[in-house]
Design a protein around this ligand. Structure first.
Ligand code: XMP
Length: 209
């Protein structure tokens, strides 16, 4: 089973397409974030769809229900399969997105600042996820003990996607802590040979997890 999601955080359209082409055989999906959308336009989502992989729009949506709905509608219209949203805006804002398509909820983040406001509320975000049943939640590969904690409390059918592998210091070991997918950006797209870097990570997963 493929378990790598490529975080395609480059600005340039051609570069994004080239990296996707070189790495696609090792990926479960591709995550697009604001850098690529701001650099290449929303149409890049449709262009990446041609690789036949799920596309995750990492827009970290965090608005009132009506605006969340409008953002989600357009994002799904252009071909995204999932959209990432912040949980802290509350159930009504998340349900508005779910009326348009599949959501992935941020329940914890990988940067140090996440300890300030996000982590103290993770239990409540997990509770909310169990109730709203999103496709998945985002949890930090940099803190496998937190992934284990979340896995123990989260309904089994909800996936855990973990960014922070490689550049931020996390490793594929987080899959053993209960993550379903790892999200990898810089370690792949900044390497001289993205295809080879993705292949190596896939091999590491096959050998070790
Ligand atoms: P790197 O280059 O660090 O890229 O491998 C990681 C990608 O994932 C995003 N990211 C996060 N998103 N919660 C999130 O919702 C997190 O804790 C988190 N950490 C990293 C980051 O924006 C980049 O696209």
């Amino acid at each position: 089973m493929k378990r790598i999601i490529l975080a395609l955080d480059v600005y340039d359209r051609e570069e994004a397409i080239r990296i996707a082409e070189e790495t696609k055989e090792y990926l479960w999906g591709i995550k697009v974030n604001w850098p690529l959308i701001l650099g290449s336009g929303l149409g890049i989502i449709g262009e990446l769809k041609k690789f036949g992989l799920p596309i995750i729009a990492d827009f970290k949506v965090a608005d009132i229900p009506n605006t969340n709905r409008l953002i989600a509608k357009k994002t799904f219209e252009v071909g995204a399969d999932y959209i990432i949203a912040h949980a802290f805006v509350g159930r009504d804002s998340i349900k508005a997105i779910q009326e348009e398509g599949e959501v992935i909820l941020v329940v914890e983040m990988s940067h140090p600042g996440a300890r300030e406001f996000i982590q103290p509320n993770t239990d409540r975000f997990i509770e909310m996820a169990n109730e709203l049943k999103p496709f998945g939640v985002i949890a930090p590969a940099t803190r496998p003990e937190r992934v284990r904690y979340i896995r123990e409390r989260l309904n089994r059918e909800i996936k855990i996607l973990t960014p922070g592998v490689g550049a931020q210091g996390g490793s594929v070991e987080v899959l053993k802590a209960g993550a379903d997918y790892i999200i990898v950006g810089r370690s792949i797209y900044k390497s001289k040979n993205p295809g080879e870097s993705a292949r190596r990570i896939a091999e590491e997963i096959e050998n070790g997890v």
